[in-house]
Design a protein around this ligand. Structure first.
Ligand code: ADP
Length: 601
């Protein structure tokens, strides 16, 4: 799959180059050697020829004026020479006639040499030159070497000595050599191809390995390690590849870690985040943003940013934000479905400092605002609560100072009012101080395993006389001999029960009924206080635990209530890991249910 089977692959190129190299080298060597061999053999034949002449065959003709006169003599002479050598000897006169022959073909004597022997060679000989020529014998067509030597002195050549040798064996030897050579070449080429293939393999296998793994890496699989088998260039390549892989893997995993970290942060952060590009397309919106603005993935994909944000605030459209400041920065509050949101935005740029878009951070500040409002309300309430008694005290003391003091009765009456108001203020301050201690965990708790029945009886005893004053009846429904222990602060529990019972008395008409019960239920004790008084309107039940909240303000105040009793009670009960619940219907009565865990062992 990586081209290793293609003919253009490195493997085949290397094999082909090796093949060509060996082929060319062998061919050159072959041609060179055969040429040399031929030259060597020819030289040997030539030397044989020259040896015949050197042995003195020519000197036997020295005395002749012409050759024709001594034909028989010459023939005899030549035949003697011819016996000891393999070459054929011809003596030819200057009329190109064969005079004597030392060979098988004696029939050629007295015949013209034309057409039988090499004419051009004979002509050269007759001119006094020693010459040679290769060719084929005219009768049998076998390869021969011919050589001529002039007879007679220079300027008076009377004939030529014509030597002819059969060189078939020379050519046979050459052919054999060529055959051996070709065979050797084939063997060499075969070995070359095999070797070339193996060498190429040793190069291409690691390269293919690297390529294959690089391809896998490109697909995101970084577990690929190339095995380094050698310390040559390819080994270094593999080593570098592994190094690169390691570094890439590390960098990529770091990037993806960063990315997933960022994604997790964005996903789980409480604030909403929206990134929008300059075209008004929302690039990113985290889950918080989507749930705050009640928008879906589909809205994000299909709707323009201005369409989405414009719904909440006109000044949060792209153009409005860009127009607001040169840096496209700012903040904005908007309300949506009973919630208040705070949006802070700023532009963001790419690495080339080109504007990409705007990022908006959205915070749900409903709770914060509620708290702030509560705080403001609290201060207003405290001031108001203090102002009323203070005004009363002030006006009464002023009246007294203006002469009212002379009337003893009036003075007494006035002073008792001042005393009442001072009491109310000190109750208020006492309650506020306790609330603040509870808020800041400064309250001292003195918890023990207390008998809850005893505590309730104690409280009832303390408050009975007030109920009697209103001719109300308090019924105790629980079994007074029961033993239910609660790990608790006795004084604080008494305070809670007193508050609840005194509320029941306060908000129940004269002659009303109040009952109190306490029962074990699983691991808890449930205390229920029921009155048949004025009750609480349904929509206000949830608010009576708020600080200073009173259903009937004038009545509560007239009764000396601070409006803090139930909120303190709630905090104390919760500190005991219990709960307080109120059920009521207006004009029928109220039921307060306290649940406290029974202490173990
Ligand atoms: P307060 O000092 O005014 O009694 P609390 O915190 O004890 O303050 O109670 C808050 C308000 O809850 C009271 O002002 C009263 O309107 C209402 N409330 C409490 N208990 C009863 C009850 N048993 N029947 C009717 N209203 C009640």
């Amino acid at each position: 799959m990586f081209g290793m089977k293609r003919w253009s692959s490195i493997r085949w190129k290397i094999v082909f180059i090796y093949f060509l190299l060996v082929f060319i080298a062998m061919s050159i060597i072959g041609v060179f050697i055969t040429n040399q061999l031929e030259a060597y053999h020819m030289d040997a034949v030539r030397q044989d020829f020259t040896k015949i002449v050197d042995d003195g065959i020519l000197s036997s003709f020295n005395d002749y004026k012409n050759l024709n006169d001594h034909e028989v003599e010459i023939q005899k002479n030549i035949e003697t020479w011819g016996k000891s050598i393999q070459e054929e000897i011809f003596i030819i006169d200057n009329n190109l006639k064969i005079i004597a022959v030392a060979s098988e073909s004696k029939s050629l004597i007295d015949k013209s040499s034309i057409g039988i022997l090499e004419e051009s060679l004979i002509v050269s000989g007759l001119k006094g030159q020693i010459a040679e020529k290769d060719g084929f014998s005219s009768n049998q067509g076998i390869p021969v070497k011919n050589m001529v030597f002039p007879i007679g002195s220079s300027g008076n050549v009377i004939g030529v000595l014509y030597l002819r040798a059969d060189i078939t064996s020379v050519y046979e030897a050459l052919d054999r050599a060529k055959m051996i050579f070709i065979r050797a070449m084939f063997l060499a080429l075969f070995i070359t191809v095999i070797l070339g293939f193996l060498i190429a393999r040793s190069i291409t296998v690691p390269i293919n390995d690297v390529t294959e793994k690089a391809e896998k890496m490109a697909q995101g699989d970084f577990s690929q390690e190339v095995s380094v088998k050698s310390d040559d260039e390819i080994g270094r390549l593999a080593e570098m590849f592994n190094l690169l892989r390691g570094k890439l893997n590390f960098t990529l995993s770091e990037i993806s870690n960063e990315k997933s970290k960022l994604e997790t942060i964005l996903k789980y952060m409480a604030d909403g985040l929206i990134a929008v590009n300059l075209d008004g397309q929302i690039i990113h919106a985290n889950a918080a943003a989507m749930s705050m603005l009640k928008i879906s993935e589909n809205d994000i994909k299909n709707e323009h940013f201005d369409m989405i944000m414009g719904k909440y605030s006109r000044s949060l459209t792209l153009t409005a934000m860009k127009r607001k400041s040169t840096k496209w920065e700012g903040y904005e509050n908007f309300d949506f479905e009973n919630s208040t949101f705070f949006v802070r935005y700023a532009r963001f740029m790419d690495e080339n400092d080109q504007d990409v878009g705007i990022i908006l951070m959205i915070q749900d500040i409903t709770e914060r605002q509620k708290l702030e409002n509560m705080q403001k309300e609290f201060v207003a309430n405290v001031s108001h609560e203090l102002k009323t008694p203070l005004t009363t005290i002030k006006s009464y003391t002023e009246t007294l100072l203006d002469g009212g003091i002379n009337d003893m009765e009036t003075t007494k009456g006035f002073l008792s009012v001042v005393d009442d108001e001072a009491d109310r203020m000190s109750r208020l301050v006492r309650d506020l101080l306790q609330l603040s201690r509870l808020d800041y965990n400064r309250e001292k708790w003195n918890k023990r395993n207390n008998e809850i029945i005893g505590i309730i009886k104690n409280v009832v005893k303390k408050i009975e006389f007030i109920a009697k004053g209103k001719e109300q009846q308090i019924s105790i429904l629980f079994n007074e001999s029961d033993s239910i222990k609660v790990y608790s602060d006795k004084d604080k529990l008494e305070q809670v029960l007193l508050n609840i019972l005194s509320n029941a008395i306060k908000y129940t008409q004269e002659g009303g009924h109040i009952s109190i019960n306490a029962n074990k239920a699983a691991e808890d004790v449930i205390i229920v206080i029921i009155d048949d008084g004025m009750g609480i309107p349904e929509n206000e039940i949830s608010r009576i635990f708020e600080r200073f909240y009173r259903v009937d303000k004038a009545r509560s105040r007239a009764m000396g209530g601070t409006g803090l009793g139930l909120s303190i009670a709630k905090q104390i009960i919760e500190e005991h890991r219990g709960s307080i619940k109120v059920e009521s219907s207006e004009g029928i009565g109220t039921k307060v249910i306290l649940t406290l865990p029974i202490s173990r062992g």
